[in-house]
Write a protein that binds this ligand. Sequence first.
Ligand code: GUN
Length: 282
Amino acid sequence: MIIYGSEIAKNIKADIKSRVDEIVASGKRKPCLCVILVGDDPASISYVKGKEKACAEIGFASKMITLPQETSEEELLDIVRECNNDDNIDGILVQLPLPKHINAHNIIINIDPNKDVDGLHPLNVAKLYQSQDGFVPCTPQGVMQILKQANVSLAGKHVVVIGRSHLVGSPVARLLLNENATVTMCHSYTQDLSSITKLADILVVCVGKPRMITKEYVKEGAVVIDVGVNRDENGKLCGDVDFENVKEKCSLITPVPKGVGPMTICMLLVNTLKAYEGRING
Ligand code: GUN
């Protein structure tokens, strides 16, 4: 069975839209997301446009701040601080990666944790690791929603996560552990990868290598979640999983496109609404 994140995202967005309609009908201002983009990386521009479009579709306000590649760390910090102090901004997202001359960590730690809709501020990371309510990064939250909507039980299941980034692999592993799964994390130093992935009831792949995971890596009947977004040698969008090769072997699989990707933006909207409600309610 193929699980389309795009369909799940549609339903969640419809719920958010009706909540925004209620907010607006009650005379309050709309939730507002601010996205900051430094430089002109084509993939980042396309992601940022997608975020702006999603905000417009569900009735959020949005503010896009586009800065030149040469922007200094200090200039970016000033802008982040202005956004922290702007009462009309609920969520702040600094698009990653940042140019090499800017220390991303230094930027992230200066975002107001209550506006940190990316869930990357150390305070929100700590909350995730202590099972406290905070902001959870969007893609991992999207993966969890997909598993939930597909009625995949997690307690006691062996989940193998390939990839350990701060944005996806590490937080998704922690969310799965918080749901009582037995989690194995694999990464670029892992030896004999397929011997480990073949043990997985659920395999979450976030490595960034086009169609790397073939059926030799997958146990019969496994659930396969493909977080990768790559272009193959012909410029075609594809995941980290070789979908055609693997699909017959799994019980459930997410496609690329229309799988995890649409859930990421959807969870950004969820986090922005949460930030708004948290701020409005003090
Ligand atoms: N670049 C790719 N994905 C993301 C994301 O989820 N958040 C941010 N800030 N940058 C990204």
